[in-house]
Design a protein around this ligand. Structure first.
Ligand code: DGL
Length: 268
């Protein structure tokens, strides 16, 4: 088995959305190898029960551990929201979720103490963001809403359509009324429609992108635990596994990453 610094970072997501985290990691940590698992056959996780999402995430974590990764990044907000402590229990390595970094960034940005959170039904139902925010600052005014159609708009390449605009106006109206100054994009897919969200809530609202924030945390942990890969990484250092059709994943990934990748199907 290679020494820990030479091993890959594992990314877990329900599908393609976690590629926003992959992209940020490659940008901030170009030396690192990455193994990505997208559970495309069972996505979306958003409407599933907590127990089901935890079970799926643990199966992926076992797969990533068998691939000898040095760290697991749970890119999926829903999976993070419903089970991070239980994944940490299962692993003998650092396991990072997207909620803590997003919360920390929101607390840094907010001046008014009025924070909005958007996510899948599962993430919002868990109240994970509210609990984490209020654990640090109990007097915050938080408004959290599920935006389930956003995932479908991104998946079906419909973000730049009048329908998407209508959906955004409807979902985001409560945030305009509440006069928030910070909005957490609590879902892997939402950074991919950040322009529309920003236009709808107004430019004075700061959008928190969990993908950017978690990449900073990964960097910090690698430094703290002396796990940085000392060798430069080239493209073969990235491997992609999916539970569904690899070709459709490759198509969407090519659009998102602006280059072609190869994905392999794994039945868990
Ligand atoms: N990855 C999910 C999340 O960040 C969004 C897609 C899904 O529902 O599976 O919550």
């Amino acid at each position: 088995m290679p020494a820990a610094p030479y091993r890959a970072i594992g990314i877990l997501d329900s599908g393609v959305g976690g590629l926003t985290v992959f992209q940020e990691l490659t940008r901030q940590l170009p030396h690192e190898k990455i193994i990505y698992f997208g559970d495309t056959a069972r996505m979306p996780y958003g409407p599933r029960s907590d127990e089901e999402v935890r079970r799926f995430a643990l199966q992926i974590i076992d797969f990533l551990q068998n691939q000898e990764v040095k760290m697991v990044v749970v890119a999926c907000n829903t999976a993070t929201a419903v089970g991070l402590p239980c994944y940490r229990e299962r692993c003998h390595m650092p396991v990072l979720g997207v909620i803590e970094p997003g919360v920390r960034a929101a607390l840094e940005y907010t001046k008014s103490g009025q924070i909005g959170v958007i996510g899948t039904a599962g993430t919002i139902r868990s109240s994970a963001y509210e609990k984490a925010l209020q654990a640090v600052q109990p007097d915050l005014q938080i408004i959290a809403r599920p935006c389930p159609l956003f995932v479908l708009l991104v998946e079906n390449d419909l973000v730049e359509t009048p329908e998407a605009e209508k959906v955004a106006i409807e979902y985001l109206a409560p945030f305009k009324e509440a006069a928030i100054d910070t909005l957490i994009l609590g879902c892997t897919h939402y950074p991919l429609m950040a322009d529309l969200i920003q236009k709808t809530v107004g430019t004075e609202v700061k959008l928190v992108n969990s993908a950017e924030e978690i990449a900073r945390d990964v960097k910090a942990i690698l430094t703290e635990q002396q796990l940085h890969n000392p060798l430069p990484c080239s493209d073969p250092g990235y491997r992609f596994f999916v539970s569904g059709n690899p070709h459709s994943f490759e198509e969407i990934a090519a659009k998102m990453l602006h280059r072609r990748i190869k994905a392999y199907q794994v039945i868990l």
